[in-house]
Design a protein around this ligand. Structure first.
Ligand SMILES: NC(=O)c1ccc[n+]([C@@H]2O[C@H](COP(=O)([O-])OP(=O)(O)OC[C@H]3O[C@@H](n4cnc5c(N)ncnc54)[C@H](OP(=O)(O)O)[C@@H]3O)[C@@H](O)[C@H]2O)c1
Length: 285
């Protein structure tokens, strides 16, 4: 806690006067200088504190049997969290030993109330639910399904919710309209329902090892070299029309690491984290 307070106090080198800062019970900052309420204490991007989360943290991963979700589950288990997952098929194709430490729930986020039981005692949720298909299907799976989850989690008093969304890809957005409209609708719901504990990750292409049936597909063979090259080409992603194609891919373990940290670190800033933010946070100890 001392480390967190000291980080927050070292944000503006030239604060006009010394504020006395206290924490309220819900963790928000209160200024006790009653004469000066019009100069908000500016907090720069929080440098998160890498301490293991308390054992009471209970994480629910939506889509924990998918590509990103299975890496999120492993990262959370490595950090000592109690982990459960919900998806339509439950544990399904995951046969690795780490999967024995996850509590697997079966449920469809498109049907109301399917989440209620699995949210019992949960302190944070990470949603890795999304997919492709017809425009109306993509809207439902990326939008409606996640909106249902965000609402249920807020109603059950979950503290933090992380949503794996997707980067803007310019023209591609138009071609995959349902996908992007669904993503943005879920993002809006998250920022409304979780103004202090809602975090949106917007990766581009995610590479790593993807389980397809009994096969492991090494997507990193293409993704890793591309990531190396494109991470130095940031100005190019602002070029009209083709710019978004230069968004660097990101490793699935980086996405998982940042997602778990965002779900458990009380000073992780709420809001949208783009690809470069994901790379930056994943490199922090
Ligand atoms: N992979 C990428 O390159 C990439 C890039 C940018 C963003 N993203 C985003 O990252 C997220 C995860 O992607 P991914 O590649 O890991 O996808 P994935 O492997 O297809 O995983 C999707 C997960 O969602 C679950 N799911 C789907 N519909 C559901 C429903 N109605 N109710 C409950 N669970 C449901 C699936 O399990 P069941 O089938 O068993 O239900 C699965 O576990 C998605 O939102 C995706 O849009 C991915």
């Amino acid at each position: 806690m001392r480390a967190i307070i000291s980080r927050l106090l070292h944000t503006e080198s030239s604060l006009p006067r010394l504020y006395t800062v206290a924490f309220s019970r819900n963790g928000r900052l209160l200024s006790t200088d009653s004469n000066k309420v019009d100069e908000p204490l500016k907090v720069q991007e929080a440098e998160t504190v890498d301490v293991p989360p308390p054992p009471t943290e209970k994480l629910l991963v939506l889509g924990g049997n998918g590509f990103v979700g299975s890496h999120v589950c492993q990262e959370a288990l490595n950090r000592g969290l109690s982990v459960s997952s919900l998806s339509r098929s439950g544990r399904s194709s995951v046969h690795d030993s780490w999967a024995n430490s996850v509590v697997w729930h079966q449920g469809n986020l498109l049907s109301s109330d399917s989440l209620k039981d699995s949210l019992n005692g949960v302190t944070a949720v990470i949603s890795c639910v999304g997919g492709f298909g017809s425009n109306s299907y993509m809207y439902k799976i990326n939008g409606t399904a996640n909106i249902n989850a965000i609402r249920s989690a807020a109603e059950q008093g979950v503290k933090r919710f992380v949503y794996i969304s997707a980067a803007d890809f310019g023209l591609v957005n138009y071609l995959l309209q349902g996908y992007y409209e669904g993503k943005r609708a879920a993002e809006t719901e998250l920022l409304t329902r979780f103004p202090y504990g809602g975090v949106i990750l917007r990766p581009g292409f995610i590479h790593g090892t993807r389980q397809v049936g009994s096969m492991k597909l090494p997507l990193g063979v293409i993704g890793a070299p591309l990531e190396m090259i494109l991470q130095h080409a940031k100005p190019l992603d602002r070029v009209p029309l083709v710019g978004p194609l230069f968004i660097p891919p990101v490793n699935v373990t980086s996405v998982a690491k940042v997602a778990v940290r965002a779900a458990t670190d009380p000073v992780f800033p709420p809001g949208i984290i783009d690809v470069y933010g994901i790379q930056r946070y994943s490199q922090q100890k």
